[in-house]
Design a protein around this ligand. Structure first.
Ligand code: OAD
Length: 247
């Protein structure tokens, strides 16, 4: 067995022994489903678009139709996308080991849920849903909208916006607190397909390590969390996760 094989064997053993396994995923877990990541130098969304023009509340208020249409395009491009072996390995493991996995994702594509994972802590929201921009008034009814874009309340003009977390916004408190609790109590954390560039999500790996968990990065490339990890497995999520989670 080569060194990678030994490392994988160690991770499998640690997972088998863990009462609580936390998994933090990012865009790379969906890359093999054909969903672009954010920071890939060629194909990443942020290589082609400027986040400050598309992923902030200020950008939406300045150009609501433009931003709405960009998210609508992303939403439509997900319609035919299928979950891959990485999403499925996670869902299968959680089914076989009820109550032991906390799956935390930065992804808004819903592919973990489509693969059958339940209780996913979606820290950055859900691209398939929208919500009111301003706190809804009595007249705001999402069953009665002017088409837009963006769709809006015909009475007060309140706009619908994508239900994703933009830069400068708070993460959903319940999901973040549940994720922090899992990071504190897990014995193993897998950090899969994330550059680790965005906080507070990336900070969960640091919390896990400080709390005594064995932290494993699964990524074909270097990440900002490599220094935090006990072990870095270089490879794709759809190749490595089925091997790590097959028991
Ligand atoms: P990034 O685009 O920053 O990072 C994607 C990571 O996936 C990189 O480290 C790649 O090396 C890795 N990767 C690529 N293909 C992979 C594969 N097949 N298997 C495993 N890993 C692979 O995406 P995130 O870290 O998810 O936030 O970005 C974090 C947040 O920044 C996103 O949720 C989004 C973005 O701005 C918001 O929009 C709020």
């Amino acid at each position: 067995m080569n060194a990678d094989g030994l490392d994988e064997a160690e991770v499998r053993e640690r997972i088998a022994a863990a009462r609580c396994l936390a998994v933090l995923t990012g865009a790379g877990v969906s890359a093999e489903s054909g969903v672009p990541t954010f920071r890939d130098a060629q194909t990443g969304l942020w290589a082609r678009f400027r986040p400050e023009e598309l992923a902030t509340p200020e950008a939406f208020r300045a150009r609501p139709a433009f931003v709405w249409d960009w998210y609508l395009h992303r939403r439509r491009s997900l319609a035919d996308v299928k979950s891959n072996a990485a999403h499925e390995a996670l869902a299968d493991w959680a089914r076989r080991h009820p109550g032991r996995m906390t799956l935390i994702t930065q992804n808004v594509d819903g592919l973990h849920q489509r693969a059958g994972s339940t209780g996913v802590l979606a820290l950055h929201g859900d691209l398939m849903r929208d919500q009111w921009l301003e706190p809804p008034r009595d007249c705001c009814d999402d069953g009665e909208l002017d088409a837009g874009p963006p769709p809006r309340c015909p009475h007060c003009g309140n706009l619908r916006r994508p239900a994703v977390v933009w830069f400068g916004e708070m993460l959903p408190v319940d999901a973040l607190e549940a994720a922090q609790r899992a990071a504190q109590r897990c014995q193993v954390m897998l950090v899969v397909g994330t550059s680790g560039a965005v906080h507070p999500a990336a900070g969960l790996a640091i919390t896990a390590r400080r709390s005594g968990a064995f932290v494993v990065v699964v990524n074909p490339d270097q990440t900002e969390l490599d220094a935090v990890a006990d072990l870095c497995l270089r490879g794709s999520a759809a190749t490595l996760l089925p091997r790590l989670l097959s028991d």
